[in-house]
Unconditional design. Sequence first.
Length: 257
Amino acid sequence: MIRVLVIDDEPHARLKLAQFIERTPDLELVGVCQNGREALAAIRARRPDLMFLDIQMPEMDGFAMLEALKGEKLPYLVFTTAYSEHAARAFEVEAVDYLLKPFDQSRFERAVDRARRLMEAHPGLAPAADVAEQLSKLLDRHLGKARILVKVGNAIRPLDPAAILYAQAEGDYLRLVLREEELRIRERMKDIEEQVADAGFVRIHRSVLVNLDHVKEMKPKKHGDYEFRMADGVSFVSGSTYRGNVKRILEQRGRPG
């Protein structure tokens, strides 16, 4: 059983999380706290494995509570908040996940599944106590050091660029195709391209960015263009504007241009 503690100053949020936890067979609710000071005592007394922590709370917010625990063994963290501007700081302290209110049971289950996978991958390995380093080694192994943050619906998700096959523009959205799923996100291609610039990606068309590690085959076409066949069987033909990108990457990898 995974022992879970809920920390939130909103009664409705506490009740919703408690209900979700009670419906999940391998979760055990060991406490519900309405502020950071109550949570400090509960963490030390009940030693939960996982906690859902609200960031915005009176007197002592979630980050202040973590600072107060500096030097102690901490549970795995899932942050919950109605304020999306806290997302970046949440991941600075290496949260397992970040739930943007209002969230539903499906989103809750994905967060629990992420925590569950980390626990299973590293049995008996407790997260680091220092807030600045908390979970960094575990998350680096699980997600890769060069992770990027993308907004998917109302949630912020960290992604390992190595798991991305390609990004394709679709109107106002980008379609990110990963090994095991597809995401539609409201991001500009340029912004994603900048985030993965050092991770083996190449822009081959105004609407296509590919991960070279997931390219199965490249065939030369007319006028210096190339056809890129991806690991999932999809093929893209490079555009004239991006011939320089393709030529440069081929030269770097020792292939004829």
